[in-house]
Design a protein around this ligand. Structure first.
Ligand code: NAD
Length: 467
C-alpha cells in the first residue's frame, strides 16, 4: 500500500515540476511584498503548530521537547523573523561603483531567483534542516520541491501539512518517499539543488545533477575534531562538550566526533565528563527525559557495532528494543577501528591524546576536511593557530556547535564536507543569481574602444596611470 502511494506520488513528479516551472515563468514570484506576506503567514502557522512539531519529533526519535524548541522550531522562527525584516532591502537591485572604462554608466547587481529549486533533507534535525533551506529559497523568489527524510515520517508529515496550508503546489510541493523518490526527483532538470545528508549520497547527488550543470549546495558531514589544550578550563570544556555531543543523542552533523586532549589533562577531563554526564542525564540516562533515541534499527546496529572490542570509560549500555545507546566515552580506540574510520553520528565519544602539536596534525590529517572543528584553550595563540591552520566548515573556540546559531555566520562545509553555505542573508544569496547589469548613458559615446585602434593604446595607458 505504502509503495503504491509512493509510486503514485512519484509519477506526479514531472507534473509538479512543470506546474512550478509555468508558475515561475509568470513572474509572480518576483513580487517581494507577496513573498513577505506568505512568509509571515508561515511563521504564524509554525507558531501555532509548535506543539504538533514537538510531538512529531518525539514520535520519530523521542527528541525532548526542549531540544526540539531550541534546535528546530526556535531556529526556524528566528530565521523567518530575520528574513521578513530584511527581505525588502536584500531583494532590491544593489547599486555598485561603475568602471571608468564604461563611463558614463550606472551599475547594479539584480537579485534574480534561480527558478525551480529541489531541497533534499535528512532526518536528524528533520524540521529545521527541511524548512530552513525552503524558506531561504522562497524568500529569494524561487519555487520549491522538498523531499524530507523517510526516516522521520511524523515530522515529514507535519512539514507537508504546514506548507500545504500556506502555499499552492505550484510554489511549494512536499514529496514524501525514500531513495527511489530522491532518484526520480534527481532525474529532472532543476535550476538549483540544495542537499543535506551524508558524503556518499552527496556524491550521488552531484553526479546526478552534473549533466544539467545545475548549481547546488551540498551540506554534508565529516569527522569533527575537538582539541583540548593543557591550558583549557577542563570542567567548563567537559560541560559544553557533553551538551553538544549528546544533544539529539549525538546525531548532529557538527557534534564533536572525537576528542584530542593533552595527555596531562586526560584523567581530569574524563572525571569531568563523568560528572557532567550524570549531572545532565542522571545516574541512568535511559530514564532521562532529556535524552533522545537513535533514529532506527539500522543506525542503532551500526553504532552498537562501533562499541565492539573498545575500552569503554563511561556508558556503553544499549537497549535494542528502545533504540537506546547511553552517552558513551571510549578510551583511545585504534585509528583503524570502526569508530575512527567513519563519521560516528551517534552518542559515542572516543578520547585520544596528544603531547606534541605534530600529533594533532597527524590525526586530523588522516581524515578529509571536517564540517566543524573545536578547540578549548586559554592560550589564545594556540587556539588562533589551530583555527587558522586547518580547513573545516566552521567551528568555535571554547565551545561546540554554537556557531550554527548565529545568522551572521554562513553555515556550510568545505572539501568533502560540502560546498556553499546558508542561514540569514547567506540563505537569500545562496538561492539568488547575482545578475550584473550595466546601464549605459546615451548622451555621449566615448570613442576609445572602437577600431581603428591606432594611437589609442598609449592614450588608454595614460588614463589608467592617472586613476
Ligand atoms: P542521507 O545522505 O542518507 O540522506 C539524506 C537525503 O538523501 C534523504 O532525503 C534521503 O532520502 C536521500 N537519499 C538517501 N540515499 C539516497 C540515494 N542513494 N540517492 C538519492 N537520495 C538519497 O543522510 P541522513 O542519514 O539522512 O543524514 C545523516 C548525514 O547527513 C550525516 O552524514 C550528517 O553529517 C549529514 N548532515 C549534514 C548536515 C549539514 O548541515 N552539513 C546536517 C545534517 C546532517
Amino acid at each position: 500500500m505504502v509503495e503504491e502511494i509512493e509510486t503514485q506520488l512519484q509519477e506526479n513528479i514531472p507534473k509538479i515540476i512543470s506546474s512550478q516551472k509555468a508558475f515561475f515563468d509568470t513572474g509572480r514570484t518576483l513580487d517581494v511584498p507577496k513573498r513577505i506576506e506568505k512568509l509571515k503567514a508561515l511563521k504564524r502557522l509554525i507558531e501555532a503548530r509548535e506543539k504538533y512539531i514537538s510531538e512529531a519529533l518525539f514520535q520519530d526519535f523521542k527528541k525532548p521537547e526542549f531540544e526540539t524548541f531550541v534546535t528546530e522550531t526556535f531556529i526556524i522562527l528566528s530565521e523567518l523573523k530575520f528574513i521578513i525584516k530584511n527581505l525588502e532591502k536584500w531583494a532590491k537591485p544593489e547599486k555598485v561603483g561603475s568602471s571608468w572604462i564604461n563611463f558614463p554608466s550606472s551599475d547594479f547587481i539584480y537579485q534574480q531567483p534561480y527558478g525551480n529549486v529541489l531541497v533534499l533533507a535528512p532526518w536528524n534535525y528533520p524540521f529545521q534542516l527541511s524548512v530552513s533551506p525552503v524558506i531561504g529559497a522562497l524568500a529569494a523568489g524561487n519555487t520549491v520541491v522538498l523531499k524530507p527524510s523517510e526516516y522521520s515520517p511524523h515530522t515529514s508529515k507535519v512539514i507537508e501539512d504546514i506548507f500545504k496550508e500556506i502555499y499552492p503546489p505550484e510554489v511549494v510541493s512536499v514529496v514524501q518517499g525514500g531513495v527511489s523518490a530522491s532518484e526520480k526527483l534527481l532525474e529532472q532538470k532543476w535550476d538549483y539543488v540544495f542537499f543535506t545528508g551524508s558524503v556518499p549520497v552527496g556524491r550521488i547527488v552531484a553526479k546526478a545533477i552534473a549533466p544539467h550543470l545545475t548549481p547546488a549546495t551540498l551540506e554534508l558531514g565529516g569527522k569533527n575534531p575537538c582539541i583540548i589544550h593543557d591550558s583549557a578550563k577542563i570542567e567548563l570544556a567537559a560541560k559544553r562538550i557533553v551538551w553538544g555531543k549528546f544533544i539529539n543523542a549525538g546525531q548532529t552533523c557538527i557534534a564533536p566526533d572525537y576528542i584530542l586532549v593533552h595527555t596531562s589533562q586526560k584523567g581530569h577531563f574524563i572525571d569531568a565528563l563523568k560528572n557532567e554526564i550524570s549531572a545532565a542525564f542522571g545516574e541512568d540516562p535511559k530514564f532521562s527525559e532529556s535524552y533522545a533515541r537513535i533514529i532506527n534499527k539500522k543506525k542503532f546496529e551500526r553504532l552498537q557495532g562501533m562499541l565492539r572490542g573498545e575500552e569503554i570509560l563511561i556508558g556503553g549500555q544499549t537497549d535494542a528494543s528502545e533504540l537506546y545507546i547511553a552517552p558513551t566515552v571510549l578510551n583511545e580506540p585504534s585509528l583503524k577501528s570502526a569508530v575512527m574510520e567513519d563519521e560516528i553520528f551517534g552518542p559515542i565519544l572516543p578520547v585520544l591524546t596528544f603531547s606534541e602539536e605534530a600529533e594533532i596534525e597527524k590525526i586530523i590529517g588522516l581524515y578529509p576536511d571536517p564540517l566543524a572543528l573545536y578547540v578549548f584553550a586559554e592560550d589564545k595563540d594556540f587556539s588562533e593557530k589551530i583555527l587558522k591552520k586547518y580547513r573545516f566548515g566552521g567551528g568555535a573556540s571554547n565551545d561546540v556547535v554554537v556557531h550554527i546559531a548565529n545568522k551572521n555566520l554562513p553555515f556550510g562545509g568545505v572539501g568533502s564536507s560540502g560546498y556553499g553555505g546558508y542561514h540569514g542573508k547567506f540563505s537569500f544569496d545562496t538561492f539568488t543569481h547575482k545578475k550584473s547589469i550595466s546601464k549605459r548613458a546615451t548622451w555621449i559615446d566615448m570613442p576609445f574602444r572602437y577600431a581603428p585602434y591606432k594611437g589609442k593604446l598609449l592614450l588608454i595607458k595614460k588614463v589608467m596611470k592617472m586613476l
